[in-house]
Write a protein that binds this ligand. Sequence first.
Ligand code: MEV
Length: 342
Amino acid sequence: MTTSSAPGKVYLFGEHAVVYGEPAVPCAIERRARVTVRERADDQLRVRANDLTLDGFTVTWGGEAADRPDVDVPTHLVEAAIGYVEGAIDQAMDAADVDEAGFDVVIESEIPLGAGLGSSAAVVVACIDAGTRELGVELPREEIADRAYRVEHAVQDGQASRADTYCSTMGGAVRVQGDDCRRLADVPNLPFVVGYDGGAGDTGQLVAGVRSLREEYDFAADTITSIGNIVRRGEEALRNDDLAEVGRLMDFNHGLLSALGVSGRSLDAMVWAAREADALGAKLTGAGGGGCVVALDRTEQTHTALQYTLGCEEAFRAELDDEGVRVEDDTEDLDGDMDDSA
Ligand code: MEV
């Protein structure tokens, strides 16, 4: 039995545009998904998930069984979650050169599903790490990131960048442009505040929406290029330790994401609450539609303002996570979890 965990992330800059070859800067945050994997005697895959946004569900498949869980969350989220775990286990088996095996998998996540904090990437990365270790293989981080990307790419119908999976694997602030992925050195302390509206977006649908705008309107394509330019300026501001400029660029980035149709009423309300509380900058993070905003504020003002903002369900400070994926010592009590089946 092996447990690994991997962090979620916020996008300082560049989501959506990164899908079209522009750079992005996601930053890992200290909110983790923990995945415990235990090999079974048969070839079934049995998954139990506990997430902030789920009461928990168990699903078993393999052989004849293909149950769908009965839970009170949008079906697309649950189906995507199942696809991510199945894909991660396939990758672990492929990496370990194993043709047939069954597993019990327990997911405990502090990262809400589909809320722009990279929950799926964290689950996939931790699951590949735990799954391969369970099969006696330890993969280099680059390979975990690459295999996790392949899973996201398949589940999101070929519309995924390497940003989420690379960031969750490596930790820290990273720069991703196409296949070129690296950690950023000497990043200043980034005082992140996150606001969460309790909702979720459908990443596949949101990415598809941006794609059709980009195909229909030159100015939408130009907007994506402009986001890339913001990212390049943002990197320069990071190098110069200029957080005021980083914040201004985040505001600009949010405006352009909004123009691309991926913001929403509660995300905008949280962004405005942060701005009115004198945050250095604020923007939605991730695919959008619903979920989270990220602001920069050294003071407590934004955190407090978000707590009183209509539509904001939770506000918290997020520290940069430097570690990325890691193996955990205190392995889950998997028997108890698995007995409590839905
Ligand atoms: C989703 O977290 C980020 C997007 O840019 C999609 C991707 O990069 O795969 C919207």
